[in-house]
Write a protein that binds this ligand. Structure first.
Ligand code: SAJ
Length: 449
């Protein structure tokens, strides 16, 4: 079994199937196709499949090189897309890159998409295939969910009849191709042989370290690295709230703290969105045994989830101070993506902010140059608004003429959720500027110390 697969990998003749052609699956399918493998991508949406087979990239936002690469590998026939699972029967390598969200209430993963993909694959799994899970999964999932579903639906046994691997992705919107090529990866095998084969497979597209480990280690590395980032961001956000309370400027303080060796206070802001950071900390602790009580991870999540609501409070307070009730206010929200210069709106903090403001009765208008439904004119969006809330540091917002914008609004309230503008510059342009983490109390606005 091993020799045939190894030969097919080394000669790049192995048929590769990628299940899930989203932010993770599409770039990885393109890169293995570019490396010379015959690649079939499987996606449930016929529209997206048709788009990909026309060589058109379904991912908007700034993704350097992706659209061109997709067009190239489709034109050469190295990559094609389908909604049908039959190509799995002839595959030597199957990559699974489907979303793994957690339940908003229980914070546990349901794995609906993963279970569906595994069952469909299992019904088409052939002897000797290597199955690689790229999705981020809770520690214990490979042994507790992936292996049983594949074995039950295929009748095959792991390590005897097929190889099973967890090689978590490390993509980032805006750097999809660069990260796959350049980020170190852990390669978790259900057997050392599986990890070794997978590392040889990934070596065709990854120029960084490929560290062979067991599956539990791979699951822990991926979820822990993002929980670590979430905790770092939560610390910055808690310091921002403290500085507001104390009438200080967290941005000045953060810069000075980071001059101290080995300090790296992250960026405080209006919230933490995306498909990784809000979810992976919950995956990390999802299968922890009852005698382990996680405290820091949930606390960090609570702090970060509270930031869009805090930004809403800053807006309500600023309006109240000029005698405008939130229920009578028109508020412009600039930025609906979760990250600057991206079209990705998954778990966007803006979604929470908008819902809160509307719940309080405000009329909310949204603008985002990357999100199709919000790409209208910026000036029309802020026209006659009582407050402007900056939620995403898109380059276009950084370039805004604040004096020009000031002429469009009814009231000059600017709430800066991402420290896009220096306070003094905004105030010089006539704005009543409030920034997350920038205590205004000491400078005489609002309840002074
Ligand atoms: N954010 C902050 N403060 C920060 C950094 C980020 O509020 O200091 C917010 C962002 O505005 C965004 C969210 O957190 O709403 C997530 O931002 P992110 O920069 O972490 O970007 P992601 O979600 O694309 O995270 C990915 C992750 N990569 C993978 O999972 C492979 C993460 O592990 C990376 O560290 C991160 O990119 C990165 O470094 O850019």
């Amino acid at each position: 079994m091993k020799d045939d697969l190894l030969a097919a990998i080394e000669s790049k003749t192995a048929n590769v199937v990628v299940l899930g052609l989203g932010y993770v699956g599409l770039p990885v399918a393109c890169l293995f196709a570019e490396a010379g493998f015959p690649v079939v991508g499987i996606r449930r949406s016929q529209d997206k499949v048709d788009m990909i087979n026309r060589g058109e990239c379904p991912i908007e936002g700034k993704e350097p090189g992706l659209a061109e690469l997709l067009q190239q590998v489709v034109a050469t026939g190295q990559l094609r897309a389908t909604t049908n699972y039959a190509p799995c029967q002839e595959a030597q390598v199957v990559l699974i890159a489907v979303e793994t969200p957690v339940d908003p209430v229980t914070k546990k993963p349901g794995y609906q998409a993963l279970r569906g993909a595994l069952a469909d694959l299992g019904n088409n799994l052939s002897l000797g295939t290597m199955v690689i899970i790229e999705s981020t999964i809770a520690p214990g999932t490979m042994r507790g969910v992936v292996q049983p579903i594949l074995e039950e639906t295929s009748g095959l046994r792991v390590n005897e009849d097929f190889y099973l691997v967890n090689c978590p992705e490390r993509v980032m919107p805006g750097k999809l191709l660069a990260n796959i090529r350049g980020c170190h990866r852990v390669v978790g095998g259900m057997s050392p042989e599986a990890a070794e084969l997978a590392a040889k497979f990934y070596r065709h597209v990854v120029q960084a370290d490929l560290d062979p480990v067991d599956c539990l280690t791979a699951e822990l590395v991926k979820t822990m690295e993002n929980a670590y980032r979430d905790v770092q961001i939560a610390f910055a956000n808690e310091m921002a709230l403290l500085c507001e309370d104390m009438g200080a400027d967290v941005w000045q303080i953060r810069e000075l703290v980071n001059k101290s060796p080995y300090r790296d206070v992250h960026l405080p802001g209006a919230g933490v969105g995306g498909h990784c950071i809000p979810k992976d900390p919950w995956l990390l602790i999802a299968n922890a045994n009852d005698d382990f009580e996680p405290r820091l991870v949930p606390a960090a999540r609570a702090i970060n989830d509270g930031m869009p609501l805090h930004t809403a409070n800053l807006t309500v307070e600023a309006l109240r101070e000029i005698g405008v009730a939130i229920k009578d206010a028109r508020v412009a929200v600039l930025g609906y993506a979760y990250l600057e210069n991206s079209d990705d709106t998954r778990n966007s903090p803006s979604e929470v902010l908008v819902a809160r403001l509307r719940e309080l009765g405000a009329e909310v208008v949204i603008h985002d140059p990357y999100v199709p439904e919000y790409q209208g004119g910026l000036e029309e969006c802020v026209q006659a608004c009582d407050a402007v809330v900056l939620m995403v540091a898109h380059d276009g917002y950084r370039a805004m003429d604040l004096s020009e914008l000031r002429m469009q609004v009814a009231q000059p309230i600017l709430i800066d959720g991402r420290h896009v503008f220096p306070a003094e510059r905004a105030r010089a342009a006539g704005w009543d500027y409030r920034g997350v983490g920038q205590g205004y109390k000491r400078i005489g606005v609002g309840r002074g110390l």
